[in-house]
Each structure stands twice: as C-alpha cells, then as structure tokens.
Design a protein around this ligand. Structure first.
Ligand code: ZN
Length: 301
C-alpha cells in the first residue's frame, strides 16, 4: 500500500515538473503553408509539434482567419509563413486576434521565409490597377530548391534560438537535410534536362522560381492581370498569339479552376497539367519535387 502511494506521488511530481519545465516541451509551430511544415518537420524532428493552416488544395492568398486558426496561433511558439504579402489578406488579422506576443513581427517566433532570400519580380512602380500584385516581389519561393536551402539554414537557427536545449540536434538535422538536398539537386537537374528551354503557359504567375531554376520560358498567363480570373477576350487573344509558338504544357495549380486551361488545350492541342504548388500532407519536400519533375516530363498519351 505504502509503495503504491510512493509511486502515485512520484508520478504526480514528475508530471508537474514536465509542465513547469519548458525545456521538455515541444516547440509548437504554426505553419501557414504545407511547404513550411514539411521543412520544419525535417529540421525539428521530434522537438516540434506542427499545425498547418492550409493544404495544397487551398489558395494561400485567400484564407479565412477563422476561430480555429486563431486558437492554434494563440498557442504557437513559432509561426512560419511565406511572407512578402502572400498572406496579406488574412495573416495580419490572425496575428492581432491571436494576442500571442511570441509570434508577432520582430520576435524570434515570427519567421517569414521570404525575409531570407532575394525575391524575383520586384515591381519598379507600384500600381494596384495592374492587378493583385505582390508589391514586394513574387512570394512563391518554395519552387526554387536553392532558396529553400537558404530558408532551411535560417529556420534551423531560429529553432535553436527558441529551443536552445536542443541546439545540437537542430544542427545535426540541418546537416542531414542539406546532404540529402544536395544529392537530390543534381538528380533533379539531370532529369529535367529534356524540358530545358521549353515554353509553358501558366494560369497564375506562381511558377517563376521553378521556371528560372529549370530554364523554362513563359509564353503567357491565363489571368489577364495577376489575381484577375481569365476572361474570354484575353483567352481569344492568347489563342491567336499561341498559333505561332511551340508550347510544351499549360500549367495550373491543383487548387485553381481548370476551365480556362482546358478550353485553351482543346483549341490548341497543348496538354494541361495540374501541379501541386505545395507538398501533400506528410509528403517530404524531396518527394514533392520528385513528383513535380515526373509530371513535367510526362509525355501525353
Ligand atoms: Zn501570387
């Protein structure tokens, strides 16, 4: 009987200690997009608990700052998003409503991936009549593996700052991630050789980093202006322009409406592909890049 009491008391003390000693707690991460949860999973391993606000079937430009998201943000130690205005329609409200000082701008727990890389397509003149443009540059950086590596290095450092007790583990994870990434880079480059220099038509301009990396040309966008849905007059104009151009594929993100892409494909015979702009839930970044390259190389049957 006495022994049993001892056991119970010890158990209670241990659980109280684990609550009051934050060194044993996981870093609670709130990721805006699946690419950042995949990255932090590789870099944080068992020390992170991740909540992802969106799936690759959602448009990250347009999300509702709904109460369930706010509740998750309230408890987060680290917020990871693309930044550069990608989430401008919902993140500021989410941050304000969360009332969580740890993830506010300027804090170590506020990590915007685009802060750590140079951005393409910075507009020289800011004119909102030119569509829903990203005023500080194109934020869709996840499709450039070199930039992803730069983000990884900085994210690893941030994890160590928030959770210094596991610094050695974070360093080790980063080294292992970097090694695997470098190996994959050469494989991807080699595999993508056959499509180098080919032209693509895209729905929205969110493939610029992928194009630069793989050396693809962009013949046209289905949207007349960024964020403005395709119109029939714009599509007819495209159709006449495309008669003279050899286009490899019409690309749209799997969350986007496929009607404009299919219409143009029917008229021109150019195949369409829906690509996932972000990894699937539980997919690693390497698996996702492999899958993208498979899809780009696929010859229509
Ligand atoms: Zn965009």
């Amino acid at each position: 009987m006495f022994n049993q009491w001892i056991k119970i008391v010890t158990l209670v003390i241990v659980s109280i200690l684990s609550i009051i000693n934050p060194a044993h707690a996981d870093v609670r991460v709130f990721a805006c997009e699946p690419e950042w949860s995949a990255l932090v999973r590789s870099l944080g391993g068992k020390h992170v608990t991740i909540y992802t606000a969106t799936t690759n079937r959602q448009d990250p430009h347009h999300i509702q700052a709904r109460p369930s998201l706010i509740a998750k943000a309230r408890r987060a130690d680290l917020l990871i998003c693309s930044g550069a205005e990608l989430e401008i329609g919902w993140l500021p409200l989410l941050l304000r409503k969360s009332g969580n000082p740890k993830i506010q701008p300027g804090q170590p727990g506020h990590f915007m991936a685009t802060d750590y890389v140079t951005l393409l397509e910075k507009p020289t003149v800011l004119d909102r009549s030119e569509g829903d443009i990203h005023a500080v540059g194109n934020p869709h950086i996840q499709l450039d593996p070199m930039r992803m590596l730069q983000v990884a290095e900085n994210l690893s450092r941030t994890l160590a700052k928030i959770d210094p007790a596991h610094l050695a583990d974070y360093r080790e994870k980063l080294a292992s991630f970097t090694g695997k990434w470098q190996d994959s880079l050469s494989r991807w480059r080699e595999r993508a050789q056959p499509i180098k220099g080919k032209s693509i038509v895209v729905h929205h301009n969110n493939w610029v980093y992928l194009r630069k990396w793989l050396g693809l040309d962009q013949a046209a966008t289905l949207e007349p202006k960024p964020g403005i849905p395709p119109t029939s007059s714009h599509l007819s104009q495209l159709l006449s322009g495309l008669q003279q151009t050899a286009v490899h594929k019409i690309i749209y993100a799997s969350y986007q409406d496929d009607r404009a892409a299919n219409w143009l494909s029917e008229k021109t015979g150019i195949p369409t592909i829906a690509l996932d702009i972000s990894p699937a839930t539980d997919e690693t970044l390497i698996q996702w890049f492999d899958r993208l390259i498979d899809q780009l190389l696929k010859v229509p049957t």
